[in-house]
Design a protein around this ligand. Structure first.
Ligand code: WQD
Length: 344
């Protein structure tokens, strides 16, 4: 494998929210990148934003990772030794309504990537997993040893299944893998040139908040204030997307530099701090000096009461820690929303 291929990374889903931010941080860290995306849940806005931020073209192929032939051509055309696999559908509610769409897409795409890595002797993969694999747990904060409960959505089940596929593939091949279990990714790059671009009505809290603040949405519904938490609303671990992107660079570097202790490793990527929905809403109002129109609505099916991470393993082993304050993250989310609205 040519030397530079050791420092070249294929980023699937590279036009997406976390994928685009990770392209920036990989390049900042001196890696070369190749991005693929089928634009099923994104467009070229963030890719263009990445190019403006890093000041150069990003090698990009408009490919569906479920298309084995197209992906094989990619492996034959580019010399990358590592992969970061983001490409997947991620809407929890939609996955409950259309499970087959999620099982086919999320699992087939991952199988294609792994099979081609084996066939073309590519070494390292970071898999985009999720805290949703823990399900409803009453032991908080969750560590990587916290048992995974049965998934409460097909989306979450695809993440559990793909973690197991990665574990078994690593055990029977030369591939090394790291699964990063994200908590709740939010925010945007400080440049406001890339950020979250949900299609249609946002499922997630922060894009719904920013779209309510910009008038795109009439009113935010807070799904329940009668939970057994201090203010009655659900608690989550909101992790800044730039911090999350940097965790991917740390994970890839760990394997490229042969510092991994096992060939399959799992890391929680969060802040270690729980924030409730109502706390986050009031922080958003305060930081951005605005009043948000919201109402208390019935609980949303499938929501866990509270979940936040024990991040010790990532802090110690990856040498990574979330750095951005929630205030700065919420300010960046609003700056991005205003930028996007100004372009409409
Ligand atoms: C957070 C909190 C809602 C919207 C999911 C996936 C996870 C990851 C992130 C993909 C909850 C409340 C939300 C709204 C609200 N996957 N909320 N009003 O459900 O914790 O995690 O998305 O990216 O794997 O499981 O994130 O942002 O949807 O909800 O009150 O309009 O905000 O009830 O308590 P969630 P979320």
């Amino acid at each position: 494998m040519a030397k530079d291929s050791k420092r070249t990374v294929l980023v699937t889903g590279g036009a997406g929210f976390i994928g685009s931010h990770t392209l920036v941080e990989l390049i900042n860290a001196g890696f070369e990148v190749v991005a693929v995306d089928n634009f099923s849940n994104s467009d070229d806005t963030c890719l263009k934003g990445v190019e403006q931020i890093v000041g150069r073209k990003i090698p990009f192929e408009n490919i569906d990772c479920c298309d084995y032939e197209a992906m094989e051509k990619l492996f034959q055309s580019y010399e990358f030794d590592s992969v970061i696999h983001f490409a997947a559908f991620k809407a929890v509610g939609e996955s409950v309504e259309m499970p087959l769409k999620y099982y086919r897409n999320n699992i087939t795409s991952f199988l294609n990537v792994l099979e081609l890595m084996q066939k073309y002797n590519r070494s390292n993969i970071v898999f985009s997993s999720s805290a949703t694999v823990y399900g409803e747990t009453d032991v908080l904060p969750v560590t990587e040893q916290t048992p995974r409960m049965p998934a409460i959505s097909s989306y979450g089940n695809t993440k559990q299944i793909c973690e197991d596929i990665l574990r078994d593939t690593v055990a029977s091949s030369k591939i090394r893998g790291i699964a990063l279990r994200y908590f709740n990714p939010i925010g945007a790059h400080p440049s406001a040139l890339i950020g979250e671009l949900p299609r249609g009505v946002p499922n997630n809290l922060v894009p719904f908040i920013t779209q309510t603040a910009s008038g795109v949405r009439e009113c935010l519904s807070v799904f329940g204030n009668d939970y057994p938490t201090p203010d009655g609303s659900c608690i989550r671990d909101y992790i800044d997307v730039v911090d999350l992107a940097k965790a991917h660079v740390s994970a890839i570097s760990r394997m490229v530099e042969d510092k991994n202790k096992q060939n399959y490793e799992i890391f929680n990527v969060g802040t270690g701090k729980g924030t409730s929905v109502l706390e986050l809403v009031s922080m958003f109002e305060k930081v951005n000096n605005l009043k948000l129109n919201y109402k208390i609505a019935p609980r949303r099916q499938g929501d866990v009461v509270a979940i936040y991470a024990d991040t010790t393993l990532a802090n110690v082993e990856l040498g990574w820690k979330a750095e951005r304050s929630l205030e700065d993250t919420l300010a960046s989310a609003w700056k991005w929303e205003q930028y996007i609205r100004s372009k409409k």
